[in-house]
Design a protein around this ligand. Structure first.
Ligand SMILES: Cc1ncc(COP(=O)(O)O)c(C=O)c1O
Length: 340
């Protein structure tokens, strides 16, 4: 038997299957609306063979990220997706046998990475849809190395307020441990990001992605915001080339068309509000959301629309992304109304 890290035996993974691209994809919290012609043409005309033949100019990636975020690069670390940022955070902070505290429901990769780095996952259940702050605070002890929360919660979709996060952060300070806040969906909420605090607070790292509000899941870009010294730690274990040349070209387009990103987020928020109101009016069971997806109790399958079946709190709801595109939204709404 070839030697390997036996502790990974208890990690169970399914193949990542994102399904057909012919149907309307509303199952993976992706952007449904197409980008305007000018954006797409700018991207295509910016590409050249050098993007394939040469290593990427990651420095340019950082300059663009500074432009998009208005955060100095000394606080920023780029990754090929925020999933990689999460993994590297686990690699730095989780020692074998130490505890990682998160919530249930929670983003499934937190469990995978806890097991990968031989930690113990303490997942604390939401009750009444509320972040279990008291239970989290009392679970933190000398064995805890990391607390990680997604805000808004993924897959639930609701927000943890700043006061709650600050309470958890204070306990993390007491035990000298890191709090990582995964803000994959924060732009769809009305709450501000914790990035400014993360720039100065040694116990806080914020994880961000271009997959959701920026609608660019395929380019695989995520980043962290932290103090300079936490950035230095992340830098020690970074990949040799953080992101690809094509991702950098796309970042350049995004930096030029920031209004298009805002438009999509606003469209989703507007359609979400309308959808929530409609579900309420028709007494359809659902879980409210501050993200670009929502869980609905649908009695009938939608046709030619991909959705995800989810079990949350003994319900068997369907998770569906909220379209930004008007036609897509109408299609979804009509089918929901037909199914009730
Ligand atoms: C809470 C949360 N964090 C991170 C990710 C990973 O995002 P990325 O595409 O940047 O790897 C997701 C993806 O759905 C997510 O829901």
């Amino acid at each position: 038997m070839i030697k390997y890290n036996k502790h990974i035996d208890n990690i169970i993974r399914n193949d990542t299957a994102y399904g057909s691209i012919d149907a309307l994809r509303l199952h993976a919290s992706e952007r449904d609306s197409v980008f305007i012609h000018n954006m797409w043409n700018d991207f295509k005309s910016s590409l050249s063979q050098s993007d394939i033949r040469y290593y990427p100019d990651v420095g340019k990636g950082y300059r663009l990220l500074e432009d998009i975020t208005k955060i100095d690069k000394s606080h920023l670390m780029l990754f090929d997706g925020s999933d990689r940022a999460i993994r590297n955070i686990f690699q730095i902070y989780v020692e074998p046998g130490s505890n990682v505290i998160t919530t249930s429901p929670g983003f499934p990769m937190y469990e995978v990475y806890t097991k990968m780095f031989n930690g113990n996952l303490i997942d604390i259940c939401y009750s009444n849809m509320q972040c279990p702050v008291n239970e989290i605070v009392s679970a933190i002890n000398d064995k805890t190395n990391l607390v990680i929360l997604s805000n808004p919660n993924s897959p639930l979709g609701n927000l943890i307020n700043i006061t709650t996060i600050n309470r958890i952060l204070e306990t993390c300070i007491k035990y000298n441990i890191m709090l990582a806040i995964d803000e994959a969906y924060i732009e769809f909420s009305n709450q501000s990001s914790m990035c400014e605090l993360a720039k100065i607070h040694p116990n806080l790292i914020v994880i961000k992605t271009f997959s959701k509000a920026f609608g660019s899941a395929g380019i695989r870009v995520g980043y962290t915001v932290s103090t300079k010294s936490n950035r230095d730690l992340l830098n020690k274990i970074k990949s040799m080339n953080d992101i690809t040349s094509m991702s950098i070209s796309w970042l350049e387009v995004l930096s030029k068309y920031k209004d298009q990103v805002d438009n999509y987020v606003n469209d989703v928020k507007m359609n979400r509000q309308h959808l929530l109101q409609t579900l309420k009016t028709h007494n359809v069971n659902h879980i409210g959301s501050c993200t670009n997806f929502i869980h609905i109790d649908l009695k009938k399958e939608l046709s030619n629309i991909l959705t995800k079946q989810c079990q949350l709190f003994n319900t068997n709801y369907v998770r569906v992304s909220i379209p930004g595109d008007e036609q897509n939204y109408k299609l979804l709404l009509n089918q929901i109304l037909e199914s009730i």
